[in-house]
Design a binder for this molecule. Structure first.
Ligand code: SF4
Length: 370
């Protein structure tokens, strides 16, 4: 039995061909599935008998469900704890803004990258999500918006409101699961389905070079976000073990070349979590300017969200502003981004499922960067 949410439109067209029915029916099925959220699209009136009869024997939708939801009192952010069919739990976060609604998705259960400041990293990797489980997070969130008129009204979308942007910044390193994430991108961006433009989908990476090469070859138009967090190889390797395998210099050389060959105004979104006393001095700012030279970037400074258990602290507001101003003066397009949903632990680096959170204890090893 195959998962319908894991099928691209091309897959369903091939399925129709195998059943000797017109591929035009694949479009109908896709619309029913992703626009009407019908989990039994073979019941649509007018489908050929052979297709309607056979399909429920071959395919069904994975039964992901919202196990828990929590809503921020301050900014309307909603965090969903999503239970997959095998009981695995992941989190996705809905973030309403004036002109867009962004959904932050998980791509893995846990994460193998073990970044020292990140709670999800402490879970380790349990397993990859399938493309269908990634798409199901979008379907669940979109259905939730449809069914919550009060939330829509409060946020200024009285009628229908659709998710307009996707960020792969939830649990997991998306490029460590490149084949399923690629299939999810095909599904999410299909005009017959969820119809999200690739430019409005951001795939974030901690610096997985093998996955990055595959992603940009398959989807050169997708938006890319790089988690930087440090400005020397040594410091970055201490914070982000992935840097020992793929040094940031190598990643940025690759990206410099990639963006130089483009003839549009695409740029790299760089995320830099600012941690007090670790990476927030003006020397760090100067090194960052050098490191990013020649790469078109937009830089987001994200003050660390302090969550227990952690040895790291948020930066002092004045030092954060000084850091930002210094980068600005050097010509870097930079913004301070305060994470949304902080009161519900939905902010960057806080995504770890509740059961795991209880298991975690403060790291025995302090990370000292000198
Ligand atoms: S910051 Fe991202 S890549 Fe690093 S451990 Fe956390 S989820 Fe994984």
């Amino acid at each position: 039995m195959q998962d319908l949410y894991s099928q691209s439109l091309a897959d369903l067209e091939q399925y129709c061909t195998r059943l000797a029915v017109s591929t035009v029916h694949a479009k109908t099925l896709y619309r029913r599935l992703f626009k009407d959220f019908d989990t039994t699209p073979w019941t649509t009136p007018g489908l050929p008998h052979g297709l309607a009869e056979q399909m429920p024997h071959d395919m069904r939708c994975t039964t992901a469900s919202i196990a828990e939801e929590s809503q921020s009192r301050y900014d309307g952010t909603v965090k969903f704890l999503v239970r997959m069919e095998d009981g695995s739990l992941v989190e996705s976060v809905l973030m309403p803004e004036k002109k867009r609604i962004t959904l932050c998705l998980s791509s893995q259960v846990g994460c193998a990258m073990a970044c020292t400041f990140c709670h999800t990293g402490r879970m380790g990797l349990k397993r990859n999500l399938t493309a269908g489980e990634i798409a199901a997070q979008v379907v669940l969130a979109q259905r939730w918006i449809r069914d919550h008129a009060a939330w829509r009204e409060e946020r200024g979308y009285p009628g229908f409101a659709a998710i307009s942007n996707i960020v792969f910044m939830g649990m997991g390193e998306p490029l460590d699961n490149i084949d399923e994430v690629s299939q999810a991108l095909r599904i999410l961006s299909d005009p017959m389905g969820l119809n999200l433009s690739l430019r409005k989908i951001s795939v974030s990476t901690a610096g997985h070079l093998d996955g990055l090469k595959i992603l940009l070859e398959r989807f050169p138009k997708v938006s890319l976000a790089l988690s930087l967090h440090a400005t020397t190889e040594r410091e970055r390797s201490q914070l982000m073990p992935i840097n020992r395998r793929w040094p940031i210099g190598t990643i940025l050389d690759y990206l410099r070349n990639f963006y130089q060959q483009r003839d549009d105004d695409a740029c790299l979104l760089v995320q830099y979590t600012v941690i007090r006393g670790v990476n927030d001095t003006l020397d760090h700012a100067d090194r960052m300017v050098e490191l990013l030279r020649g790469v078109p970037v937009k830089l987001n400074l994200i003050p660390l969200n302090e969550v227990e258990p952690s040895r790291f602290q948020s930066p002092e507001p004045e030092s954060l502003q000084r850091f930002r101003d210094h980068l600005n003066a050097a010509g870097v397009r930079v913004m301070i981004r305060y994470s949304k949903g902080q009161d519900i632990a939905a902010a960057c680096g806080q995504l770890v499922v509740s059961a795991e959170k209880r298991r975690l204890s403060p790291s025995a090893e302090a990370v000292t960067i000198s």
